[in-house]
Design a protein around this ligand. Structure first.
Ligand code: BTN
Length: 222
């Protein structure tokens, strides 16, 4: 495996896509700072010094809709083990502590490969967003970003190649905002969050009627 460490880059996700297109395989790219980090749905991702920002290539391996769920399960578990706090997963795969976002995941398919991009607010002291927080701020603990990164990558490979069917069960055990009212972007309204289905879709309830949601995101209503 090729490990590429950069001091500064626009986005490890963009860099990885270029690597893949130039024929490179089996790599991991991390950067101390990203000038132009990207989140899902075209959003900007703040990535100053201190956080963990990395991308790597994986085979899609026919894991289907559960791919992003599985990666979320791995990242959540790694964070919970390191920080010994209650880490939750907001569908489809945001990392949440105390109802605040502390990490995000983006999975982008490029041919038969996927570039997995993970951002974790590990050793950051603060973030400039009221719905987000940092692990350091919450727990007071500093971690070795490289150890966490390598462990996550290793476990992602294992879980995807084994097609571990426990991922839905594991997601359910740690699902954020269950039973709470949230704004669901795909519906354009507030509904109650119930569960995830066996294929990783979100199940919500509105006036006793259940809906299955396959894309978009949810936001807690205050
Ligand atoms: C999200 O929650 O919207 C996903 C955020 C993903 C951020 C990571 S940081 C490393 C990689 N490079 C990027 O530009 N984005 C991902």
């Amino acid at each position: 495996m090729k490990v590429i460490h950069l001091a500064k880059i626009d986005s490890t996700q963009n860099y990885s896509k270029e690597l893949l297109l130039s024929g490179e395989r089996d790599f991991i790219v991390y950067s101390d700072i990203q000038n132009s980090g990207r989140g899902r749905h075209g959003r900007k991702w703040e990535a100053p010094n201190g956080g963990l920002w990395f991308s790597f290539d994986m085979d899609y391996n026919d894991y289907g809709e559960l791919f992003t769920i599985a990666i979320g399960v791995v990242v959540r578990e790694e964070c919970a083990n390191n920080y010994k706090c209650d880490v939750k997963l907001k569908w489809p795969n945001d990392i949440i502590v105390n109802d605040k976002k502390v990490g995000g995941i983006i999975c982008e398919k490029v041919g038969e490969k996927v570039i997995v991009g993970i951002g974790l607010n590990t050793n950051l002291e603060k973030v400039n967003c009221e719905n987000s927080d940092t692990f350091f701020n919450i727990t007071g603990k500093r971690v070795d970003n490289n150890i966490i990164m390598e462990s996550i990558r290793q476990k992602c490979k294992e879980i995807i190649y084994k097609k571990n069917i426990d991922v839905v069960k594991k997601f359910r055990e740690h699902m954020a905002f269950k039973g709470k009212k949230c704004f669901v972007s795909a519906l354009g309204k507030e509904v109650e969050i119930l569960d995830i289905g066996d294929n990783g879709y979100l199940v919500v309830k509105e006036n006793e009627k259940k809906h299955e949601i396959f894309m978009g995101e949810i936001n807690l209503c205050i």
